[in-house]
Design a protein around this ligand. Sequence first.
Ligand SMILES: [Zn+2]
Length: 259
Amino acid sequence: MHFLRRVESAGQGSYNRIAMPSASFHFHPSFAPFLTLAHRNGPFEVSFTGRPALKHLIEALGVPHTEVGAVRSAGQPVGLGYHLAGGEQIDVLPCEPAAPGGGEAPRFVLDNHLGKLASLLRILGLDALYRNDYQDDELARIAEQEGRVLLTRDRRLLMRKAIRQGHWMRSTDPQAQLLEVMQRYALAGWLRPFRRCPRCNAPLRAVEKAQVLERLEPLTKAYFDEFHICPGCGQIYWKGSHYERIRARFAGLMEEEEE
Ligand SMILES: [Zn+2]
């Protein structure tokens, strides 16, 4: 595929060079992080050979298909599988904030760089698979087979066809990343704080104090009566100072969820 700076118009006088077909592309301003400077402001022409699919061309310009909410050709909706013929006016629009669908809590798989974000999602009760040694193929397979949303800083990974739902993290700060994911997937209604192990992602279960008594520090033993245990890693949880700190930190997010 070739990208020309200037497009020659076909059939110009007797000039017998055959022009390549081209289409005009206009990306919504929110795609700026993916695009070269020249492509960020207003429509630009893209030339091509053959009849490339929109997915192919949009990704060649830097935007993973998972980031695309809708595409219009001269105002009419078209799919990413649409094959360009030339002369189209293409508008590319971002995803609207929405839960991934199915009426169930969204589930995630995160790449190796997002360990802190994984813990934050788990604290809020969301199913967030993460390991620091997942390889790209593994991440793609898990996302596809388990219907999980892939969260990553690797835009190439999101360009794989097998990845149906994914999000390229704009921020590198875990707290900002959390807000980013919450907004993109409309998570406010899905938060169930303190019901999942932040260390290993397993749902916690209540446990009798007597059953964990031996493992408690004297002060914990004296002041707390309600305990939860992680069936995955054995960690014991109670509503101590750590709990209060986390509650304060997420107060804004959890407001609607308090019983
Ligand atoms: Zn655990």
